[in-house]
Design a protein around this ligand. Sequence first.
Ligand SMILES: [Zn+2]
Length: 280
Amino acid sequence: MIGAVQKDAALLQDIRKARRDAGSFQLWWLGQSGFLVHYNGSYFLFDPYLSDSLTKKYDGTTKPHVRISERVIDPARLDMISCITSSHNHTDHLDAETLLPISTANPGCVLLLPEANLEFARARLLGPSLTYAGLNETTPWSHPPWTVHGITAAHNEIVRNELGQSAYLGFVLKFGPFSIYHSGDTVWHDELVSQLGRHQVDVALVPINGNDPARGVAGNLNVHEAACLSKAIGAKLAVPHHFQMFAFNTADPADFVTACESVRQPHRVLGLGEKLEVTA
Ligand SMILES: [Zn+2]
């Protein structure tokens, strides 16, 4: 079992005592694609998966989801959140066992997700206090200090409903002088670099587990593509995600480091629960 750098009470204390000023922000990797961002007293949560629901769901099947890292925190203890994202409907990005305790702990919290998925999410999350907000690629969504731009994602294809709304999104989160790109789950596609080129990205959060349907691994960037995308969009720092959760679907972050070094892309691999602090 891969251990956390910090977890539970220690992680919570680190989150609560984060420095409040307009010239810096902090983010913590919570495992899989989950990141908590703090900026000047406000907290934003990307795609949390903080339960064992997939391990339970696939237990005894031909697709066991054997967990290889420890959970960093009970989602019920995250009571400081104003906004959460769900980039798409897969359970590691839209998990009732994670989102319902968070919604109870944060009355009025906003769940931001592709507008194509609103109905699906409401049916899955029959819980209290969540406010749903739909996002698309054309109209940014704002909830101060946060502004979020939807970025088309292909997992493995770009999928649109009859209204042309994409079921898979990534996000550019803007606040103060900063921008973070969170990929959601995506392979490389034609629109990715041009859409992201409109934004000055400080930190790119990119998946590295790759795309191998034969192993049941649905489409994501591999270590080389993640490094090259970060380089192509001029990200000041690349941080990998979507690894070390399930035995059948992971990647070695050391290979991401090698890939980044080969294209001279600044990078940082976070451990579970570890904090990254960025100053303007
Ligand atoms: Zn995923």
